[in-house]
Design a protein around this ligand. Structure first.
Ligand code: GLU
Length: 292
């Protein structure tokens, strides 16, 4: 038993039904909350209207319920919280500038290096004002050029261990408001995690690279930094992260216990059989609690 306050969350993007990969992220965040006697909130990250699939939210909620994963409180939808992102954006305005570069121009530039996620580091083309002939598309946050190694962003990931990122060299000035007018994930997630008093973020390792940007935004906005734990991501036979784009299949809810056991084993939990959903969650919570 622990008496530290714990508020965790699962934050799916409603781009399709839950699959084996998203179940792993959901399960890890759920187990961590249960093992700490904490709350587990559900936030639907539906800001990118072009990627949002009608009915995906309903199917995610139904699937979580069918797997015995009950969330606390009301489900939060990012699409209803745009005023909060606007307010945070205005607080950052001294460090924000309009950028007229297209994706292609940035990808082709490569002068500033390649980030760990394979994207080109933003070369700073519009940093000192839009060049003649360019119109504002996105809005970027100016990242200080931090020459000292001890000015890197550092954090201790509860799964991965120590992480260090030099934002200027490895990411560059990053987008807060996208060219299509949508708020960027990095801004929305920081605003929401703080506004929902999230103490522990548990999610897939595909977002490990985003964490330093989020910590940097938290510092600028004077918000608390939660603890982070990034679990490995499930990949398909081609080594690609399971996702709707890579053709991941929806979970088979006719056999919920089978899906749960597979996800638990992926997380390294020694669970081989179960009598019922309740029994599964008891075993899994105990196994998680003995590790974290
Ligand atoms: N919405 C993101 C996703 O589905 C997760 C964001 C987060 O957990 O910070 O990949």
């Amino acid at each position: 038993m622990t008496d530290i306050p714990y508020i965790g969350r699962f934050a799916p993007s409603p781009t399709g039904p839950l699959h084996a990969g998203s179940l792993v992220a959901a399960m890890a965040s759920y187990l961590d909350a249960k093992a700490h006697y904490g709350q587990w909130l559900l936030r639907i990250e539906d800001l990118d209207e072009a990627r949002t699939v009608p009915d995906a939210t309903g199917s995610i909620l139904q699937c979580l319920a069918a797997l015995g994963m009950q969330w606390d409180g009301e489900v939060v939808f990012q699409s209803r919280r745009k005023a909060l992102y606007q307010a945070a954006f205005e607080r950052l305005s001294a460090n924000v500038y309009p950028c007229g570069c297209s994706r292609r121009e940035i990808a082709d530039s490569r002068v500033a290096g390649i980030a760990s996620d394979g994207a080109a580091v933003y070369p700073g083309t519009c940093r000192n004002g839009l060049p003649a002939g360019k119109a504002a598309r996105a809005f970027r946050l100016r990242v200080p050029v931090m020459p000292e190694p001890d000015e890197c962003i550092r954090f201790e990931d509860r799964w991965v261990g120590p992480v260090v990122q030099h934002l200027a060299a490895e990411v560059g000035d990053f987008v807060l408001k996208r060219a299509d007018g949508f708020w960027a994930y990095q801004l929305a997630v920081v605003v929401d995690d703080a506004e929902q008093d999230i103490t522990h973020v548990v999610r897939g390792a595909d977002l490990l690279d985003s964490t330093a940007r989020q910590i940097y935004l938290q510092r600028l906005l004077k918000l608390q930094t939660p603890l982070y734990l990034h679990v490995p991501v499930v990949v398909n036979a081609n080594g690609e992260k399971l996702s709707k784009q890579t053709g991941a299949e929806a979970l088979d809810l006719a056999q919920p216990q089978k899906a749960l056991i597979a996800a638990a084993q992926f997380l390294g939990l020694p669970i081989y059989r179960t009598q019922s959903l309740d029994d599964f969650w008891q075993q899994a919570t105990a196994a998680w609690a003995s590790r974290f």
